[in-house]
Design a protein around this ligand. Structure first.
Ligand SMILES: [Zn+2]
Length: 507
């Protein structure tokens, strides 16, 4: 295993060059010009140049004063902006304002956006150490990028990345990292492929339903890139094994869908001082960050404790747009490559909020919490804890006044006891399967249709949904409305399928 030199020497591209004006001419405004990658060879690799100018035209002239080579790439012989180059002030196209005469204010950002073909130029030759000829060809589009090159590609080959969860996020992450040439990929997943996974987990196919995810993902990764060493961890990640499993890798990628594993992964990464590339998704929204306690905040700095069970629905309860994990997972893979290569600015101390409906990316700053229970100076958590318990998810093993187990409901049905079995899922879920004898009132229609329950107010009511989260909310609501005996079926119809009737399909 390499011990990667996590040095943040990002080279000159990250610096801002400042061009200062003489004292007598300070009336002009300080503006940052963002130079795109293809033109940085004319700015000594600077990505940003600060100039002082009152208009776009003056800003360009100020830029050309020190970087004359840029001029023919931006302006034609007559001094007009070339038609394959666009200029934006903040996010507005200057052609929609006053072109070169567009006024600039202090702090404005002038962005140069040229057309990019997306192709590569000439394949590279030369010595590449332990990359063989087939690898040189395979990775040639990487080798052409100065930020990767042969050295970067060799670094990727020597890297070990652990992907936790092979669902919607984990599968695009694993495929892109394999294709990019990460040498060792660890995959943590013990689940099997379900028909309801295929809407977003495009690595799997219909004929693989019921087969182990980890094994089928490994087959696909080997087909993409046989140079990758795939290590399977087909077990549930727990406090007992997490430090051993994570300890063998350079970067950990969190592709999980539940809070206990998310906190477990965070705390283990903090204790092991490893970067944790975080992503999460729900319906149309995604989040992305890189938690690395050595260099910035951790997940607990952002969320010291999880929401109570049932308050934040999972994708199984609330749904997710099929393409969303592909987008967020690809962004996670991008962050992993940046961390491994030591290039760019990883999302350390920043949280990306993506909204697929608005098509909006917003980045907010994250600060390290000095009172963080795991990465702060006086941590309360110095070893891994019981995360199911911490998240309030300790399995209910006995009935109480608010919960009931599937086996107990079965006995009530068998004894023909009088009670209301209330299904609060959506009609399409009821179509997939339902417990015989149940009444459907979807949670989404509950307030309007609550009167349907009133004749049964004195009876015992057992509420169920898919996994128990929605039904817990409805049960609480009914108790507050004065229903005397309302119980939540623990684990929902999924637990019913496991414990009572396996012919009920899981979804
Ligand atoms: Zn923290």
């Amino acid at each position: 295993m390499i011990s990667a030199p996590w040095v943040w020497d990002r080279g000159p591209a990250a610096e801002t060059e400042r061009i200062y004006l003489p004292e007598w001419d300070r009336t002009r405004m300080a503006v940052t010009v963002r130079v795109p990658t293809p033109l940085r060879r004319f700015t000594a690799d600077k990505a940003k140049v600060e100039v002082q100018a009152k208009t776009v035209g003056a800003a360009l002239e100020a830029l050309f004063k020190t970087h004359e080579g840029l001029r023919p790439h931006l302006l034609d012989e007559k001094g007009a902006l070339r038609n394959f180059v666009n200029l934006y002030v903040n996010d507005q196209d200057v052609r929609e304002v006053k072109g070169n005469e567009t006024p600039l204010r202090d702090g404005d950002v002038l962005m140069i956006v040229p057309a990019i073909a997306g192709g590569a130029q000439v394949p590279m030759a030369g010595s590449a150490g332990d990359l063989d000829q087939a690898e040189l060809i395979r990775y040639s589009r990487h080798l052409l990028i100065p930020e990767v090159g042969v050295e970067g590609q060799k670094r990727l080959k020597a890297s070990r990345v652990l992907v936790i969860g092979l669902g919607g996020l984990g599968t695009p992450i694993a495929q892109y990292l394999a294709a990019a040439g990460v040498g060792t990929l660890g995959l943590v997943e013990y689940d099997r492929i379900d028909l309801s996974n295929l809407q977003r987990q495009v690595i799997y196919s219909t004929d693989q339903v019921g087969q182990p995810k980890a094994e089928r993902a490994r087959d696909r990764i080997r087909a993409i890139n046989p140079n990758v060493d795939v290590v399977l961890h087909q077990e549930k990640l727990t406090s007992a094994n997490a430090l051993t499993v994570l300890g063998g890798y350079d970067v950990v990628v969190d592709g999980t869908d539940n809070f206990p594993t998310r906190y477990l992964v965070n705390d283990a990464c903090v204790l092991l001082k490893k970067p944790n590339v975080y992503g999460s998704i729900f319906r149309f929204e995604g989040q992305l960050s890189v938690f690395w306690a050595e260099k910035g905040p951790c997940y607990r700095c952002l969320y010291p404790s999880p929401p109570p069970p049932g308050l934040v629905p999972s994708c199984a309860e609330g749904g997710v747009l099929g393409v969303l994990p592909g987008i967020v997972g690809s962004l996670q893979a991008n962050e992993v490559l940046k961390v491994l290569l030591g290039v760019g600015e990883p999302m350390i101390g920043r949280l990306l909020l993506f909204d697929a409906l608005d098509m909006n990316f917003v980045t907010v700053k994250l600060a390290k919490n000095p009172k963080c229970p795991v990465c702060g100076p006086n941590p309360a958590i110095t070893k891994l804890i019981d995360y199911e318990d911490f998240c309030g998810l300790t399995p209910v093993t006995r009935t109480d006044s608010t919960n009931i187990l599937p086996g107990d409901v079965k006995r009530k049905l068998d004894r023909k006891e009088e009670f209301v079995l209330l299904d609060v899922r959506e009609p399409f879920e009821y179509e997939i399967a339902h417990i015989p004898g149940s009444t459907l009132v979807p949670m989404s229609e509950f307030q309007r249709r609550e009167t349907e329950l009133e004749p049964h107010k004195s009876k015992e009511i057992v509420v169920y949904c898919h996994t128990g989260a929605r039904s817990a909310q409805v049960a609480n609501y009914l108790r507050r409305r004065g229903y005397p005996t309302v119980k939540n079926l623990v684990g929902g119809i999924a637990a019913w399928s496991d414990a009572v009737d396996p012919s009920i399909p899981q979804y």
